[in-house]
Design a protein around this ligand. Structure first.
Ligand code: GAF
Length: 393
């Protein structure tokens, strides 16, 4: 039986349809797909070190509707307010001789990258409209949800072999090559493979995932958007990645996943203090993520919350990817009775925190955070959802 369509999804679909009619001569789209954003509960900056992560897919979605066309042109319209202009772009479907390349408008690069790296195909011309309620640049994977929505749309146009892990990898490659962001695999993986009622413990080395149930009605995952985004993200992420590779190399390891804290300490003299600290975060965080998944499975929310706070402190002090606003939000959340733990989530330098708390503490926590935070926060009370899906029009 099909699950009931959520009000948000209904709204996104109806926005897309009406814009589609306006943009494409009154015709109706034939295909509709959606792909979720994500929140990472723990395991930050571990994915590109072949470590573990524990994200869940969110009920925040990117929707894409459209139809194939005969003339080999791809025409896409976005409704994103924050997107650079123009909001419509037209280009020829790629061929071997004329591959797609990144360019302007920038928002379209995520779509073009996925078309270029699509594993089915050749991709024919098509018209499409995209709309999303994943906050852009909020650390909830708006880009991965756009990439995965695009890939899922292409699967309807010209099917690939249906390999879901390969799908996530192709979307990651699109982000590397068309958005110049050397991200790990977490965001694309969870947007493809998310499961309702579960977080996923993903082993980013083997790309295997274990389901961790999150169905206790007394337990709430609350996201708080700081509504700030510092411009450092773009340059600092590749630097962190390089520092991790440098540390692994000095330790004689393929990745920091292979290294223990004892090995790191023994090699301290070979590393700068900064690189040592980066590696200490990653090695500690990989261990914490495994422990946290065990705690969650056992219903030990206090232990899970303790590990969340430890993770935040390590991201703040050793990895240096937090910012005063995120620190304020975490400090305020952890002062509230009934809150198990809180931490920054995603790449950092702004965006969101994630807080685990008792159902009965939600109003109290929102009130307290609003009073304490120097900015204007936005709150999302969320449940784990399924990954990308084809939708009925
Ligand atoms: C961003 C990246 F895209 C992910 O791959 C991951 O590294 C995350 O930052 C930090 O955990 O979302």
């Amino acid at each position: 039986m099909a699950s009931p369509i959520s009000p948000d999804l209904r709204e996104l679909l109806s926005t897309c349809r009406s814009i589609y009619r306006d943009a494409f001569g009154g015709s109706e789209p034939e295909i509709a797909v959606s792909a979720p954003g994500r929140v990472n509960l723990i395991g930050e900056h571990t994915d590109y070190n072949e470590g573990f992560v524990l994200p869940m897919a969110l009920p925040l979605l990117t929707v894409m509707v459209g139809s194939p066309v005969e003339d080999g042109t791809i025409s896409i319209v976005t409704t994103a307010k924050e997107a650079d202009s123009p909001k419509r772009t037209d280009f020829a479907a790629p061929t071997e001789d004329h591959p797609l390349r990144p360019g302007e408008p920038r928002w379209a690069n995520y779509v073009k990258g996925v078309i270029q790296h699509y594993r089915g195909g050749p991709v024919p011309g098509f018209n499409a409209v995209i709309s999303s309620n994943v906050p852009l640049g909020g650390g909830l994977s708006s880009s991965a949800s756009l990439e995965v929505a695009t890939y899922t749309f292409l699967q309807q146009l010209c099917p690939d072999d249906g390999d879901l892990v390969a799908k996530a990898l192709a979307c990651q490659k699109a982000e590397h090559t068309f958005a110049s962001m050397p991200c790990g695999i977490m965001d694309q993986f969870i947007s493809v493979l998310g499961k309702k009622g579960h977080a996923l413990l993903i082993d980013c080395r083997s790309l295997e995932a274990n389901l961790v149930p999150l169905t206790d009605p007394n337990l709430v995952v609350m996201i708080t958007n700081s509504n700030v985004r510092h411009t450092l993200t773009g340059s600092e992420y590749p630097t962190r990645r390089r520092q991790c590779e440098e540390a692994a190399k000095a330790l004689g390891k393929v990745s920091l996943r292979e290294a223990s804290m004892e090995e790191l300490d023994a090699a301290k003299a070979l590393l700068t203090e900064e690189v040592y600290q980066r590696a200490r975060h990653v090695i500690g965080e990989i261990g914490r993520t495994i422990q946290a998944a065990k705690a969650l499975k056992a219903g030990d929310y206090k232990e899970f919350g303790r590990l969340m706070v430890e993770s935040h402190n390590s991201l703040r002090d050793d990895y240096e990817v937090s910012c005063p606003e995120l620190d304020e939000l975490v400090a305020a959340a952890t002062e509230v009775l009934g809150v198990y733990g809180s931490r920054m989530t995603g790449g950092g330098f702004g965006g969101c925190t994630v807080t685990l708390l008792e159902e009965g503490a939600v109003n109290r926590a929102i009130q307290h955070i609003k009073e304490k935070y120097s900015g204007t926060p936005t709150f999302y009370i969320t449940k784990p959802c399924d990954g990308a899906a084809v939708q009925q029009l």
